[in-house]
Design a protein around this ligand. Structure first.
Ligand SMILES: [Cu+2]
Length: 127
């Protein structure tokens, strides 16, 4: 009798538990209009943020994922879009995201604010 009662209790507990999804929850999808990953790499001794061009339309929300894969020192590189007051520092192996509203049209430099020689790119916002 005691085993039956215990089994009933356990079954009750199991059925009372919330159902768990089989797959782990996926990270929330970005709601940005433009999603682009930029990677900082070193090629033949020069550092680059690649790809060098990001294109958006005026009014869109832009989400950039920044990854620093430069293997040589220093371990930190910057990512800045002065026209949008963006200034991030990304350590080696680290990933950062920045999100901003492309609220003005034009061609705006993207650069590493820490190293002038670090090759950046252009943010192109179409009217
Ligand atoms: Cu740099």
């Amino acid at each position: 009798m005691r085993i039956v009662a215990l089994t009933a209790l356990l079954l009750g507990l199991v059925t009372a538990m919330p159902v768990r999804a089989q797959a782990p929850a996926a990270p929330a999808a970005s709601t940005a209009d433009v999603n682009q990953t930029l990677v900082s790499v070193e090629i033949e001794g020069s550092k680059f943020w690649l790809p060098g061009t990001v294109v958006a339309k005026q009014g869109q929300t832009v989400r950039l994922t920044l990854i620093n894969k430069v293997q040589s020192d220093p371990k930190e590189h910057g990512f800045s879009i002065p026209a949008f007051n963006l200034n991030e520092v990304v350590n080696r192996g680290e990933t950062k995201t920045v999100t901003f509203k492309a609220d003005k049209a034009g061609v705006f430099p993207m650069l590493c604010q820490l190293h002038p020689a670090h090759v950046g790119g252009q943010l192109v916002i179409l009217p």
